[in-house]
Design a protein around this ligand. Structure first.
Ligand SMILES: [Zn+2]
Length: 306
């Protein structure tokens, strides 16, 4: 049985949470792999896959060390909140490496970073499309001096699309993955699932990915599966609306689109279209907001560059 442990995180504002996690110390030498899930507390497929990964683990098959934190953002999980930590409304995956004496999300990021990311040889952070978000499975890694090993991790996870984020066009700053890469730890974010649905197929995709990753890194016994075809994308565009309105998406998630292709429209509450959202260049639509209600500066589409 993996050892059950608890990390307590308390901020100076008086908020305190207990975060359950699992640890397996292998009887043979090997690297340390840390697996995070639930950084966004309503991305249930990633949480379910982390839980199932632990439940089916045989510690005698582990070399090195395996740490699994199924729900990092406990407050977001209980509140069913999309993207943010309800204590202060901040997005945990934009807050790393955190602050020892900040608001609750910054303090949480600091403790997760110091206790789980620092000291790891490899970091996997599992996500999904959040409650208002449709998503095609993909992995992300950051430009860094360890990016070759991050790409090995992404390939081992086995999803069809891999995005390399250069530091120059880092659309997501303060992520787990970026903070790890910045201190020389190979890391990926893996995404499967969408819309707050506990979808069996999306969980299985994550579960197969984490098992194959652990085998590829030598943390878990067993032969990795044969390499799968993947498309590597050099960065992406995150398309937003500057004005709040009704979002009407016109292209299916996962579709390849041409430069200039119409992806959807924004209209006001009278029904008058005020913006046509088009592809700035050719690419693959990996996620999009599925809820029509989008606020000013709201995110609409994640378009991976071809
Ligand atoms: Zn997420």
């Amino acid at each position: 049985m993996p050892t059950r442990k608890v990390l307590t995180v308390a901020s100076s504002e008086g908020i305190s949470v207990d975060i359950p996690y699992f640890e397996v110390i292998g009887q043979r030498q090997g690297p340390t792999l840390t697996v995070l899930a639930g950084v966004h507390g309503a991305e249930y497929t990633s949480i379910a896959a982390a839980k199932e990964f632990v439940a089916q683990l045989d510690p005698s098959q582990v070399s090195g060390k395996l740490v699994v934190v199924p729900i990092v953002n406990i407050l977001g999980f209980w509140a069913r909140s999309a993207f943010v930590v309800p204590a202060d409304g901040k997005n945990l995956n934009r807050s790393f490496p955190g602050k020892a004496d900040g608001t609750f999300t910054e303090v949480l990021a600091h403790h997760i970073f110091q206790n789980f990311i620092v000291g790891s040889d490899y970091l996997l952070d599992m996500h999904a499309g959040d409650i208002p978000e449709a998503l095609e499975p993909f992995t992300i890694f950051e430009e860094s001096n360890v990016e070759d090993r991050s790409l090995v991790m992404a390939s081992a996870y086995g999803l069809a699309h891999v995005i390399r984020q250069s530091t120059a066009v880092r659309v997501v700053a303060g992520s787990t993955c970026a903070s790890a890469a910045d201190i020389g730890i190979p890391a990926i974010i893996a995404e499967s699932g969408q819309n707050g649905v506990l979808d069996r197929n999306a969980i299985d995709i994550h579960l197969a990915g984490v098992i194959n990753l652990a085998r590829t890194l030598g943390v878990l016994d067993g032969e990795p599966f044969a390499p799968r075809p993947l498309t590597t994308h050099d960065g992406w565009h995150w398309l937003r609306t500057n004005r709040a309105g009704w979002w009407n998406p016109l292209v299916a998630t996962g579709a390849r689109v041409k430069a200039g292709e119409l992806l959807g429209t924004m209209s006001d509450l009278w029904g008058d279209v005020f913006a046509q959202i088009t592809a700035p260049e050719a690419g693959t639509l990996l996620f999009q907001t599925s809820s029509p209600a989008v606020s000013a500066d709201g995110l609409l589409v994640g378009l991976a560059r071809d």
